[in-house]
Structures are given as structure tokens and as C-alpha cells.
Design a protein around this ligand. Structure first.
Ligand code: SAH
Length: 222
């Protein structure tokens, strides 16, 4: 892609980004910092060049290896739901393209450090390279199995899972601080409940906020 093409995408994206933000507002995303983060992170940098022109549509897009970059509405909803209050240490499971990671990184000071785990080594590497190129800092990357969380860095104030397990992984519950919040899509292949798990001094409280569709959280790393 040459400079003129890139400038072209820059121009279209400004208008289409504004349209996307208006749409997210209509759908109930009211957290201005979340909207600012979505407005600031260039989503076209997280997809293949061939799909860059569709980057600001409110739709999921493929990122290779059978994985998908979530729909902006779902990214916004999950971020807003996780960050009802400031949560300094956040674990993300399912780095994928690194887009959600970048949004979390733009949520400072609500979030201070992000730890993100991806089971595909290639995706983890590409995501890290991308964030470095975009000069987005504050995230640490790990190639590993998200079912195990990141025990060396836990416990966390917040955990965001962007692939769907059949039930909430035990290790993630254990790595959540008291007062911490876990946002996770739970269910089978076709549809999942977006669950919010709050850890209290007495245990865990679970709420369902939405129905969503994610790729499955698979066991083991590749
Ligand atoms: N948040 C991503 C979208 C993720 S798609 C983005 O913004 O682009 C789900 C991701 O979860 C995929 O990259 C998939 O490889 C990863 N994944 C699936 N099972 C996993 C596991 N057990 N541990 C870590 N990552 C996993």
C-alpha cells in the first residue's frame, strides 16, 4: 500500500469512524472514554489490507487462522462492562489481532497494565508487533493457554475473555481479586451468554448482560 492509499483510508476512516461512534452511542455505549478509545485506535491496522475498507463497519472481520476480530459494538460493550470502575491490572484472554488489547491500553488511567494471552504463537507475535508499530504501550503478551490465566501476574482487578468456554474457567475465577470483575462469553458454538462475574468477599455473583457469538476458547496452545 502506498502513501496516497494510506492517506485515502485515513480520510474515509475519519468520516466512517464518526458514523461508527454515532451508531455505538445509539446502541447504548455511553462511556465517553470507551468511545474515545474506539475513535482513536485505527481498526484498519488490525485486519488484512484487502478488508481495510470495511474496518469501520460494525461487523466482525476475519484475522486468519479461523479467528475473528469482534464487532466494534461487542468490543465497546465488553470494555464498558469491565470498566464500570477503574481496574488497574487487567488480564485479557484471546489476544487475536490485538485490537481489544489496544482499546484497553487506550483506557488508561482506568486500566494501568494489561496482560494478554493467546494460544496461537503467530497471532500473539503479530499483535505485539502491531501495537509496537502503533506505539501503544502498557500491554504484555504471552503465548499460552488462557484456561490457565496468567498465574505469575495475578490476581487481577479485571479479566476479559474474548473466546467462549463452555463454562467459566476455574483458574480465572481464582485469579480474580475480591472486588474484581470477569467478563466472559459462556456457552456452545452458536450463541453464548455474555456473563459478568463479580467476586465479593462472600463469593461470586453472576449476571448475564447480552447474547453474543464468539469463537470457542480451545484447550492448550498451538
Ligand atoms: N480479542 C481479539 C479477538 C479474539 S478471537 C481481537 O480483538 O482481535 C479469539 C481469540 O482467542 C483467537 O485469537 C483464538 O486463537 C484465541 N483463543 C482461543 N482459545 C484460547 C485459549 N485457550 N487461550 C488463549 N487464547 C485462545
Amino acid at each position: 500500500m502506498n502513501r496516497a492509499d494510506l492517506a485515502g483510508i485515513g480520510m474515509t476512516s475519519k468520516r466512517t469512524r464518526e458514523r461508527l461512534l454515532a451508531r455505538l452511542r445509539e446502541q447504548g455505549i455511553g462511556n465517553e472514554r470507551v468511545l474515545a478509545a474506539i475513535g482513536a485506535v485505527p481498526r484498519h491496522a488490525f485486519v488484512d489490507e484487502a478488508l481495510a475498507h470495511r474496518a469501520y463497519e460494525d461487523t466482525a472481520l476475519p484475522i486468519g487462522l479461523g479467528q475473528t476480530l469482534s464487532q466494534p459494538f461487542v468490543v465497546a460493550l465488553m470494555t464498558q462492562t469491565l470498566l464500570d470502575v477503574a481496574r488497574p491490572r487487567v488480564l485479557e484472554v484471546g489476544t487475536g489481532s490485538g485490537y481489544q488489547t489496544a482499546i484497553l491500553a487506550r483506557m488508561r488511567p482506568d486500566v494501568r497494565r494489561i496482560f494478554t494471552v493467546e494460544r496461537h504463537a503467530v497471532l500473539a507475535e503479530r499483535a505485539e508487533t502491531r501495537l509496537t508499530a502503533l506505539r501503544i504501550t502498557g500491554a504484555r503478551f504471552r503465548h499460552g493457554d488462557g484456561y490457565e490465566g496468567w498465574p505469575e501476574e495475578g490476581p487481577f482487578d479485571g479479566i476479559l475473555v474474548t473466546a467462549a468456554p463452555p463454562s467459566v474457567p476455574q483458574a480465572l475465577l481464582e485469579q480474580l481479586k475480591v472486588g474484581g470483575r470477569l467478563v466472559v462469553p459462556v456457552g456452545g458454538e452458536d450463541i453464548q451468554e455474555l456473563q459478568v462475574v463479580d467476586r465479593t468477599a462472600r463469593g461470586y455473583r453472576v449476571d448475564t448482560v447480552e447474547y453474543v457469538r464468539f469463537v470457542p476458547l480451545l484447550k492448550g496452545k498451538r
